[in-house]
Design a protein around this ligand. Structure first.
Ligand code: SF4
Ligand code: SF4
Length: 291
């Protein structure tokens, strides 16, 4: 079995459109949306939810006003400035600022503070027209997205192994933070979707450094390549220096947006277009390369 994560340095590069197209081509795959903070693969694949599971968010403190004696010790001690005074005397914890360190809980002389991990996040197993998908939804302001990505991937792996699938395709989160690392560990291949912009070049450097540290075979696809031929050449040259195979250069194609609006992949919307052909060839090169 081969597990592939599709990454980009930021949103809007076309990563999800490419992932959905690859999910369609692969046929024999379980796919997952690891961009749990802003999942959007479901918009293209219209999943029918078969299983729904709770997942704990970050720990949050809570003050019982009936017990609080308004001494202010917790407010002075909180390093995250999460405890505030309202109405002149009552104290409360702002859940968006609380980091769940539990210091206040330990030092409160009135035992007025408790903390818990709210079960606000959800993850799902769904069926789509291209096969099984595992995805998640984070509640607003919730944390633990790295752990949620790991949970999503573990379920996708379990399903792929149980059903004898050849591939797992992960739509990765943007950036290089904790959720990205959670979407990378242990995968066989990474495909970076890069835009020919200065920030795209910079993102490519950061991502390739990360995948090199993890020792993961890395590939690239340049999207909207004709928007800035000079920067496309710079990206292409840098990829050669980094010994990263560029599997294709997709021209700017407004059909990506039209396909997304109509809830289709680019291969469904315009199957014979240059973009669709390049993505098909990229998939073939990606799975044929066994190095
Ligand atoms: S330390 Fe306890 S009693 Fe003192 S203000 Fe905070 S919650 Fe209230
Ligand atoms: S748990 Fe930590 S971060 Fe949250 S309110 Fe208490 S001291 Fe502040």
């Amino acid at each position: 079995m081969c597990e592939i994560t599709i990454l980009s340095g930021k949103g809007g590069t076309g990563k999800t459109s490419v992932t959905a197209a690859l999910a369609q081509i692969a046929g024999n795959a379980v796919f997952s949306d690891c961009d749990v903070d802003a999942s959007d693969l479901h918009l293209l694949l219209t999943p029918e939810i078969k299983e729904e599971h709770e997942f704990a968010g970050g720990r949050k403190a809570w003050i019982n006003p009936a017990k609080c004696i308004s001494c202010g010790i917790c407010q002075d001690a909180c390093r995250f400035d999460a405890i505030h005074k309202i109405n002149g005397h009552a104290f409360y914890v702002n859940p968006f600022q609380c980091e769940g360190c539990r210091l206040c809980e330990r030092i409160c002389p009135a035992s007025a503070i408790t903390s818990s991990e709210p079960m606000n996040n959800r993850w799902f197993v769904s069926e789509t027209r291209f096969g099984t998908m595992v995805h998640a939804r984070m509640a607003p302001g919730e944390e633990n997205s790295g752990k949620l990505v790991t949970a999503v991937r573990e379920k996708a792996r379990e399903l792929a192994e149980d059903s004898g699938y050849d591939y797992i395709i992960n739509d990765g989160p943007p950036g290089i933070g904790c959720p990205v690392i959670a979407s990378l560990t242990g995968v066989n291949k990474v495909l970076m979707v890069i835009e020919p912009t200065k920030s795209g070049l910079h993102d490519m450097e950061r991502l390739s450094e990360l995948t090199r540290k993890f020792g993961i075979r890395t590939y690239a696809l340049i999207n909207k390549a004709d928007l800035h031929p000079g920067l496309t050449a710079s990206v292409s040259n840098r990829l050669k220096e980094l010994e990263i195979s560029c599997l294709g250069e997709i021209p700017f194609d407004e059909n990506f947006v039209k396909a997304m609006v109509s809830g289709q992949t680019i291969l469904e919307y315009v199957p014979d277009s240059a973009s669709s052909l390049i993505i098909r060839e990229a998939w073939n090169a990606l799975v044929m390369d066994v190095n």
